[in-house]
Design a protein around this ligand. Structure first.
Ligand code: EPU
Length: 431
């Protein structure tokens, strides 16, 4: 069992380059199923969610060639199955994009319900509503297999009852080759939705309005190959920005789209962090204890839920009391227990957390409950006096490329160390 071992107390300084966006690439890779030629995709982050998706596509018959560690050529013409069993789909949440993509290509998809972080109930009713509007019959079968089948997909209006990233993407994937016009209303507006639309349009699709809440898709008969580069990861960038601020550091975060980071920079400025924006980088500098602030997570362009745990760590050091309201997920404060072990004062009541700022944290053996909670625990470790050991780091490695190397280059004292399983049980106790 590997853990991250962090000796905290060093301000992070220097430069970090942000990788390609996880939540864009995990949609764009399944989208290649719809292309009838080779797609060359650049700026792919080397993270385990991406390897899992590439592995699934390869097992299904796609030919994948690595040009270098961040660029692949993928040819999905050899895929001849529309079935994805649980053993594969459980590896990541985004495996549900295979439903929309396979349905769009074969008019048939059988995909087991996906895995991913536990953040509360994660229904897919809006995805199903979209597929049905396009003419598919969707049933849930044994082993939680979602079976979606259509004689022919026909464009239609789809009104999403909740703003859902996954449902918006799945509807786009299924609609892109459906005959006629599809209109997705109340669509999600995240940068990765726009990136997927740009990718599909580069393949020859006709998608307009991505990035607004109405997306119009005129179905096309064929999609060809392309060359495409994934956008920088908004949440990875935000994580390094908060880490810089929380350690009272001075970091230039490079290869970002500052517009995508506005909700994060606004809150950092509110806490007293100095922010300087350049064309494709942002400098984050902090010299004192942060001020308190209140946060409510919202779909884009609101404050992203995927930055909420990291911000809690920053606010755990604030002068005064901050309130965080989580409005996207039902259960995204599990990390509060870990943070309390390090001396933070955080009271959770349902989807609200009240944080009373303290000056400093102390190192402790803790756990990464999920991907972003894990990133938050790393930041807590960088602040804390003494040694912090984080277990279940596989969650973190699902979404952060070279995370140890990148933080070490900023001066953090962190290493990935192997521990015997028994040793770990003694340190953490039961449960
Ligand atoms: N929802 C429904 N019905 C549906 C779909 C969603 O009720 O059919 C609800 C969810 O329960 C939730 C809300 O709608 O309350 C938003 O869910 P959404 O579908 O937008 O989330 P997702 O697509 O499952 C993606 C990201 C998450 C991120 C959310 C919100 C990927 C692979 N995952 O999840 O990212 O938190 O959008 O922005 O893109 C992460 O990267 O750490 C992560 C968890």
């Amino acid at each position: 069992m590997d853990k991250f071992v962090i000796t905290g107390g060093t301000p992070l300084t220097g430069e970090v380059t942000i990788s390609g966006a996880k939540n864009a690439v995990v949609a764009i890779l399944p989208a290649t199923i719809l292309a009838e030629d080779v797609c060359r995709i650049e700026n792919i982050p080397n993270i385990s969610d991406v390897s899992a998706m590439i592995n699934i596509l390869s097992i299904m018959g796609a030919h994948v060639k690595y040009i270098n560690k961040n660029t692949i050529e993928i040819d999905t013409r050899y895929i001849n199955s529309y079935v994805v069993e649980h053993e594969l789909s459980k590896q990541l949440r985004a495996s549900y994009y295979l439903i929309g993509a396979l349905l769009g290509r074969f008019n048939h998809a059988e995909v087991a319900m996906p895995g991913g972080c536990y953040l509360g109930v994660r229904p897919i009713d809006q995805h199903i509503k979209g597929f049905e509007a396009l003419g598919a019959t969707v049933t849930m079968e044994e082993n939680a297999m979602v079976n979606a089948r259509a004689d022919k997909l026909l464009g239609n209006s789809i009104y999403l009852d909740v703003v859902s990233v996954g449902a918006t993407i799945n509807c786009m994937l299924a609609a892109v080759k459906a005959k006629g016009l599809t209109i997705i209303e109340n669509a999600a507006k995240e940068p990765h939705i726009v990136d997927l639309a740009n990718f599909l349009n580069t393949l020859g699709a006709d998608i307009r309005g991505a990035g607004t809440d109405v997306i119009k898709i005129r179905g096309v008969e064929k999609l060809h190959g392309c060359e495409y580069s994934i956008i920088p990861d908004q949440i990875e960038a935000g994580t390094y920005m908060v880490a810089a601020a929380a350690t009272k550091g001075d970091v230039l975060v490079k290869n970002v789209i500052p517009k995508h980071l506005e909700s994060i920079t606004a809150k950092l400025i509110e806490c007293g962090v100095e922010i300087t924006e350049y064309d494709d980088s942002i400098r984050v500098r902090m010299t004192r204890r942060p001020g308190k602030c209140n946060i409510k997570t919202m779909p884009h362009p609101g404050f992203p839920t995927d930055m909420q745990p990291q911000f809690s760590v920053l606010l755990s050091q604030a002068k005064g009391m901050s309130i965080i309201s989580e409005s996207v997920w039902d259960n995204r404060f599990r990390y509060a227990e870990q943070l309390s072990r390090m001396g933070a004062v955080i009271h959770v009541d349902g989807k609200t957390a009240v944080i009373e700022g303290v000056d400093g944290l102390r190192g402790a053996p803790i756990r990464a409950d999920d991907l972003r909670a894990g990133a938050a625990m790393m930041i807590a470790g960088f602040i804390a006096g003494g040694v912090t050991e984080i277990e279940d780091i596989h969650h973190i490695e699902r979404g952060y490329e070279n995370v140890v190397e990148k933080f070490r280059a900023l001066g953090a004292n962190i290493e990935r160390r192997e521990f015997p399983d028994d040793d770990q049980k003694i340190q953490l106790g039961a449960g």
